[in-house]
Ligand binder design. Sequence first.
Ligand code: ZN
Length: 613
Amino acid sequence: MLFSKQWFLFIAMAIVGLFSSTAAAEDAHSYARLDEVSTPHLELDLAIDFDRKQLRGFAEYTLQRHSNSNLLYLDSSQLTIDKAEIWQHDQWQPTKFSLGDVHPSLGQELIVDIGSTATKVRIHYHTATTASGLQWLTPAQTAGKKHPFMFSQSQPIHSRSWIPIQDTPALRLTYNARLTTPAGLLAVMSADNSLSDNRDGEYFFSMPQAIPPYLIAIAAGDLAIQAISDKVAVFAEQYIVDQAAWEFADTPAMIEATEAMYGPYRWDRYDLLILPPSFPFGGMENPRLSFITPTVVSGDRSLINLIAHELAHSWSGNLVTNASWRDLWINEGFTSYVENRIMEALFGTERAVMEQALGYQDLLANLELLEPNDTILNIDLGTRHPDDVFSQVPYVKGQLFLMYLEEQFGRETFDKFLRQYFDDFAFQSISTAQFKAYLQRELLAKHPQVVSMDKINEWIHQPGLPEDAPKPQSDAFAKVEQQMNRWLKGGALQTDSWTTHEWLHFINNLPLDISADNMARLDREFNLTSIQNSEIAHAWLKLSIIKKYEPARDRLRSYLLTIGRNKLVSPLYRELAKTPDNLKWARAVYEQAKPGYHPLTQTVNEALLYNKD
Ligand SMILES: [Zn+2]
């Protein structure tokens, strides 16, 4: 930390603060000291300035003191702090603050002097144009072409790039917000969004349930609204709002199915925001308003397990939250498991098992690429950026772990356990150690001799998969493989009843020595190069790179230029980077695509294309 000379007094206070700390922070990715002072409520007042690509305003926190520290420790990244004030003696008074050195993944510590009696603190600030948690799209980068668009992606530690905040999932806070936008644009948040068609440029929000900071979300653009039910609506650009409402029509039934298994939905409304194609993820479970990529609006409802996933987070993740990013599997493993249970409840076992099998194949491929230590559920990240923890491991290995427990204890017992778990830890953040203690007490001890703690520890603390891990296999996929073998010998394919899943399994399992003639034959018969389903197109384009299948090149270029979802573009860039000619071509395409990519997509793919070792 660097302090200027005149702040000598402040340094002295900081040192007192340092030594009065009662416990080391559990979260290695935050400067917050929740055991000294925490911030259970936020009032946010921000202007959304599209010309400057900037949020500007203040964040005001209610203070809860747990020690006699006079200092509040916050996280910030690339923020400019204009002024800090404290509320004492019934008025706002200026106070001192300092920013620490820049850490490559954590950003900067922001320390504010809150004196001994202040009850609130207010920090005036503005964001950088390069804020890692925000993306600003020009009108040309939207479908409507007339208005700009902006949105946040705060998980895991990007809230601090647009709000000075105690950016650890161990904190839970409520918030109210006032946002201003240019007239005609609609702003939405992970809060109580209004369905009115008021577009006057001033919007008010309230999130009365306590959430972790990474679930604070914001978006603004030329949004239309289409109701699916009295509890569910789609917010999207006009061009896609009707299609999306049709695609996701099963959402109310998904909510009912989840409630029947795991207890009430506790967040009032559940709305979906369809983002522009540059949204870097499939979805983000921002409470009350999941953010969704348009690449799952496929016209055949085949990719809606993504909605089941984001909805499942309303129980696992948003209601019961990982206490640190080392515990991410508590969010994502449970959610992948619940997602699959929702799919089974709505669409039957065959589809659920196909989706398990596709996930399992992805996990096995991913395990090959990862260092053994990074295949541990309770991963040791050190201070590596938690963006690194988002592999298939917390998702699919976590899901397999819960499937294993379900198999061992039986569905009835395990469902009862899970439902109780969501009740007992509702609106709390928990660590892996807390989960293990709860599992021991509520499941293992009550049903002795079924699963040992050694086995649990193997799942949670050892690399790779235990030998007796579930190995999901789909009969439907076995039939696809039989057909494939006949087809490779010149027979015809019967694909009329194939779902997207069967196509994916087929393309992903074609032999890598498939002949150019057979590639052309497939393309001729099934128009794979021009297929609009984003997942099937992805699988086909990846194969086309490996097989140097030139007729797919133009489509590959347009795919990379129009989609920014990292899961769909990054494996293509990785494959292209393997040969010098392709790498040169990929860099040229990337430079053209870059302005439309989110900062997170840019970071990942620039590492693939420019930092090759
Ligand atoms: Zn998730």
